[in-house]
Design a protein around this ligand. Structure first.
Ligand code: NAD
Length: 503
């Protein structure tokens, strides 16, 4: 039996329970139906229905927010080492069920097993990393002044809402939920309606690991009702959101009345700038990896290639050859490099750019076509002869689609790199150190890699500028978001206190 067939057989085993019972919401450790009835999740591989999903609405969010508020003192006050143990057991549980998570994720989203098996393990790493910092998370500083011994302390902010998108949903959820729990917050999670399977697995694993009921609650549903209520709920003190820039703007408005703290990780149209002095072979590998892995459905993807005109012809020729060689296929086949796009809506959006590119005068140098009719597959696509003003250079396509734009001088490259509403990541390829320093200094992006693809290191800050977001994840930045800073001043002696009304 081929590995693909083995994976399909295993997947069917894992899906059986979802098909039999559907996916319930999980509130205070109890399965709950949704007040909004049910919706269905389907697979982009063959458009088949996977299962029913409880459709939570505003009233379900109210129940979940109350559960999170009730559980907050229990979780906040649990000794740090006990909380650490539980979170480490969550990491163990994720590792133990990594295959199930990866196979379900692939089937629900169209992501390929070659990337999702690692994404499941990265979810475990997120729990392990933040668990290991629990003990120090509340520590503060002491800042002595002439009259006072000032100390600071961090305390968890309270119940928080986590709203996640459909691209690599399991990993992204753990990225928010792990630091929130490590901070001592309780969580209401609203997963993306297009990929509910693995959020259910996460809450099960967390409860099996000993997370008290109500500390993590999962309410499925749509953004405009369940999601909206979560951002408006007075008991929810902060929202950690990953999704589109337009949605980020909307939820900021929704959260205004309750002065909600917001952490927004949003879209990108990230440039990769390749100068003619770069190691072109390594640059090629990185350019291809950063746009065609994870189906191009990746916020940090390098979707704009700025290529110096002196090497443009050579580089684009190498690119076309490799792009045409990328294997599109069944996501559970380990040889597959690109699977189907997540939904029909998203597929239609990505495909629409094939015509937009031509209408705007660009060349479709590779791909630009759909593959079969069974699922939502497209060929990896490369647009050349493009300018930075075109829609294919300005709009986030969020698929395996790269736009190549030539430049002559460093100044021109910088101007084009920054000429976008977004500012999530940038990738610079040059062997000129001073140029790299100059360029990265002026590049408008929250994260920049020089002579490298995106390699995530959890202690470093992750986040964007401009329309790509507000706030940072990683290291202590995560604790700063999920916790409040407190200052307490102790008099060191009998300093003079002004005496009003005492003559
Ligand atoms: P989306 O904004 O459509 O949806 C994200 C989530 O928000 C979903 O759970 C959705 O139900 C919810 N939502 C929608 N409207 C809402 C509302 N009014 N109130 C509350 N919640 C609401 O995004 P998507 O299409 O699922 O994901 C793709 C986007 O996510 C891309 O733009 C991508 O760049 C971005 N993304 C960013 C990062 C990052 O770290 N910066 C990471 C991954 C994805």
């Amino acid at each position: 039996m081929s590995v693909l067939d083995q994976n399909i057989e295993k997947l069917n085993g894992y899906l059986r329970r979802f098909k039999e019972t559907g996916i319930q919401n999980r509130i205070a450790g109890v399965d709950c139906t949704g007040a909004g009835g049910v919706f269905q999740t389907s697979s982009p591989v063959d458009k088949s229905i996977i299962c029913d999903v409880a459709r939570g609405d505003a009233s379900d969010i109210d129940v979940a927010a109350k559960a999170a508020a009730d559980a907050f003192p229990i979780w906040r006050d649990m000794p740090a080492l006990e909380r650490r143990k539980i979170l480490l057991r969550v990491a163990d549980g994720i590792e133990a069920r990594a295959e199930e998570i990866a196979l379900c994720e692939c089937w629900d989203t169209g992501q390929t097993i070659r990337f999702m098996s690692k994404a499941a393990l990265r979810g475990a790493e997120n729990f392990r990393y933040f668990a290991d910092q629990i003990v120090q998370a509340r520590d503060g500083q002491h800042l002595q002044s002439p009259t006072l011994m000032n100390i600071t302390a961090r305390v968890p902010i309270g119940p928080v809402g986590v709203i996640t998108p459909w691209n690599t949903p399991f990993m992204l959820s753990t990225w928010k939920i792990a630091p929130a729990l490590a901070s001592g917050c309780t969580v209401v999670h609203k997963p993306a309606e297009d990929s509910p399977l693995t959020a259910r697995l996460l809450v099960e694993i967390a409860e099996e690991a000993g997370l008290p009921p109500g500390v993590l609650n999962t309410v499925n549903g749509y953004g405009h009702d369940a999601g909206k209520r979560l951002t408006e709920h007075p008991a929810i003190k902060a929202i950690a959101f990953v999704g589109e820039s337009a949605t980020g703007s909307m939820i900021t408005k929704q959260g205004a009345d309750t002065l909600k703290r917001m952490h927004l990780e949003l879209g990108g149209k990230n440039p990769v700038i390749v100068f003619d002095d770069a190691d072109l072979d390594r640059a090629l590998d990185a350019v291809i990896f950063m746009i065609y892995s994870i189906n191009g459905e990746r916020c940090t993807s390098s979707s704009r290639l700025l290529i110096q005109d002196t090497v443009r012809e050579k580089f684009e020729a190498m690119l076309i050859e490799r792009v045409n060689n990328i294997k599109v296929g069944h996501p559970l086949d380990p040889a597959t490099e690109i699977g189907p796009l997540v939904t029909k809506t998203h597929f239609d959006k990505v495909v629409s750019y094939f015509d937009i590119a031509k209408q705007d005068g660009a060349t479709v140098a590779a791909g630009g076509e759909v593959v079969g009719e069974e699922g939502y597959f497209v060929r990896p696509t490369l647009f050349t002869n493009a300018s930075n003003k075109m829609r294919i250079a300005q709009e986030e396509i969020f698929g395996p689609v790269l736009t190549s734009i030539p430049f002559t001088t460093e100044e021109e490259a910088l101007e084009m790199a920054n000429d976008t509403q977004y500012g999530l990541t940038g990738y610079v390829w040059t062997n000129d150190l001073t140029r790299a320093l100059r360029f990265t200094d002026k590049l408008e992006a929250g994260m920049i890699w020089v002579n490298s693809e995106n390699v995530r290191h959890l202690p470093t800050p992750f986040g964007g500028v401009k329309s790509s977001g507000i706030g940072r994840d990683g290291g202590d930045w995560s604790f700063d978001f999920y916790m409040e800073q407190k200052h307490i001043g102790f008099a060191r002696g009998q300093h003079k206190i002004m005496r009003l009304g005492a003559q």
